[in-house]
Design a protein around this ligand. Structure first.
Ligand SMILES: [Cu+2]
Length: 191
């Protein structure tokens, strides 16, 4: 009786270890697929080389609210990030100082203090779950991910005028994204 007890305990332990191994294996490829070198190259593709070659490169934080890891220290005032893994499209971005303040506020779900004009580049385009909700993680039922053409993004202190700019991403011209929220900005197609 005692021996059987030990045997079944060993068996249970072996199963546990096996299970753990299978779990680790299943998760490893996704994490390893994008190397730091890949992320830096990808991030730099968001802006003209004259800007991105000396930019600081940040990664997306692994956890909500965490600080974004620095992949490469820069020598100018620009910050680039690689493709956002939480969206389906390839959407690297390069941001100036004001936009970097904006991004940190968004990541912390705080209100950004926009005190100057800001410029951001997304020359590979991007994908967004919602043009109205900054915190949507997937499109509303019946809606698709918004596929954005290559664009630059403009921040201004104060509000954008909805009488001047459309809020329709498919209008063919510049449009207001996340209008009426603290994160509103102008999306300017460049292709
Ligand atoms: Cu945008």
């Amino acid at each position: 009786m005692k021996r059987v007890g030990i045997l079944s305990m060993l068996l249970a332990l072996a199963l546990l270890i096996f299970d753990d191994g299978a779990l680790v294996q299943a998760q490893a490829p996704a994490a390893a697929a994008k190397t730091t070198a890949w992320k830096i190259q990808n991030a730099m593709s968001a802006a003209p080389p004259s800007i991105s070659k000396d930019a600081t490169i940040l990664d997306w934080p692994a956890k909500e609210g965490a600080e974004p890891p620095v992949l490469r220290k820069g020598a100018n005032e620009w910050t680039c990030l690689p493709d956002d893994p939480s969206s389906p499209g390839n959407d690297p971005m390069c941001l100036d100082k004001m936009w970097t303040v904006w991004l940190h506020a968004l990541m912390g779900k705080k209100e950004p203090k926009i005190t100057a004009t800001g410029l951001g580049y997304m020359l590979q385009g991007g994908s967004t779950a919602s043009n109205s909700d900054p915190f949507a993680t997937k499109p509303a039922p019946g809606q698709k991910w918004l596929q954005e053409q290559p664009h630059v993004m403009v921040l201004v202190p104060g509000k954008l005028d909805p009488k001047v700019y459309s809020s329709d991403p498919h209008s063919g011209g510049p449009w207001i994204m996340w209008g009426g929220t603290p994160y509103e900005h102008l999306m300017v197609p460049v292709k």
